[in-house]
Design a protein around this ligand. Sequence first.
Ligand SMILES: Cc1cc2nc3c(=O)[nH]c(=O)nc-3n(C[C@H](O)[C@H](O)[C@H](O)COP(=O)(O)OP(=O)(O)OC[C@H]3O[C@@H](n4cnc5c(N)ncnc54)[C@H](O)[C@@H]3O)c2cc1C
Length: 430
Amino acid sequence: MSWSFETDSEFQQQLDWIETFTREEIEPLDLVFRGPGDPWDPNSPAAKAMAPLKDIVKKKRLWACHIGPELGGEGYGQVKLGLMNEILGRSRFGPSVFGCQAPDSGNAEILAHFGTPEQKEKYLQPLLDGKIASCYSMTEPQAGSDPGEFKCVATRDGDEWVINGEKWFASHARFSEFLLVMVVTNPEVPIHEGASIVLVEKDTPGMEIMRNTAVGPYVEQGDGVHGYIRFTDCRVPHDHLLGEEGKGFLVAQTRLGGGRVHHAMRSVAVCKKAMDMMCERVQSRTTKGELLAAKQMTQDKIADTYTQILQYRLHVLYTAWLIDKYKEYNREVRKEIAAIKAATPKVLQEVIYRAMQVHGSLGVSDEVPLMNMWANIPELGMVDGPTEVHKVTVARTVLRDYQAAPGLFPTYHTPTQREAAMAKYGHFLE
Ligand SMILES: Cc1cc2nc3c(=O)[nH]c(=O)nc-3n(C[C@H](O)[C@H](O)[C@H](O)COP(=O)(O)OP(=O)(O)OC[C@H]3O[C@@H](n4cnc5c(N)ncnc54)[C@H](O)[C@@H]3O)c2cc1C
């Protein structure tokens, strides 16, 4: 049996380097490039600033290192990625500089598993090299959480699929070379047997981005990065179907599971950053003759924050460890992924709120990054499925291991249990 909470010293050295590199070279990017697509858009002004940083990461052999060696990565697995992401997530640019950014990392996995050799050559390699962006488009304007309501269809016509319908919140569609689109290929059967994923290249006739929706109040309306797309008789070749027809959700699982864990890993970094700010502030600010740090109500906040982050972090790393162990998204793995996905917005909410509170007016101002962190929380309760749906998954999986009590009273009914216990040990009382 092995059970450990240690990082081996060799990898720890790499993590120490990542920590310094992130603080000194990557976090300043956040202060200069504020466009909503900047970390992902290969044509944004930030891309030029990021290029030399990416080269350094590649030389250090830390680029896309969760991806297997057959695809040019280091095959480090999810635990190591978790340890890296809990540093990289301090900056919006961190994952992109290290080649592990969503949604490209998940899309690459789909292409690697299901793409044709031509698709791999044309899209996978440039994607893995960080030269192009990609989009995963599943949500529709009338339905997100419930795929049973999806209506965007693809019908077969000779050697082509003809797509008709609408998609919503397709992140990065406006600068992606290709989109992986979930379509209904057989409306006669339940959606989990009738949906497929097709690759649609940018500028394919019949695909129109109607709007680019923005998240939060800080972006010009319409200048966001989440595409509202209409497909009208949009034709793609037959071999652009990824995986088997009707097995779209199986294909999607390749990316959605991993994606959810990666959000959580990055959120650990955000929590830690908020705690760092909080701890520095309370050691710096004096009120009523003493430091904020000396006040018990502040200490209560510090203790709760520390404990909450540690619990959350260990849960995230445990989930990463499970994925590495099982190498598939089995029921046990899915339960933990759903649990940490549901926990994420709550932990962020409580941690960031406390950090803002101890900063007073400065905490809610535009002079510290806390309000930006705060504004990002709600999206984490929705992206890749809302909290409620993940909680249902957790509860259902947990309840599978329980049955109703055999009699009128619960199994832990004290009088009944005591009677049995007395029969076993009662004679010692005599
Ligand atoms: C920043 C951001 C980026 C995104 N990027 C992408 C992307 O790239 N590609 C893509 O396809 N989609 C993307 N999405 C969409 C995301 O996947 C959906 O928002 C999510 O699946 C929920 O769907 P919906 O928005 O239609 O909400 P709905 O399905 O309408 O749900 C609304 C609310 O109803 C409640 N609810 C729903 N189901 C249940 C239930 N079973 N039990 C109890 N309550 C329930 C919840 O409170 C939920 O938040 C993105 C979303 C955000 C915020």
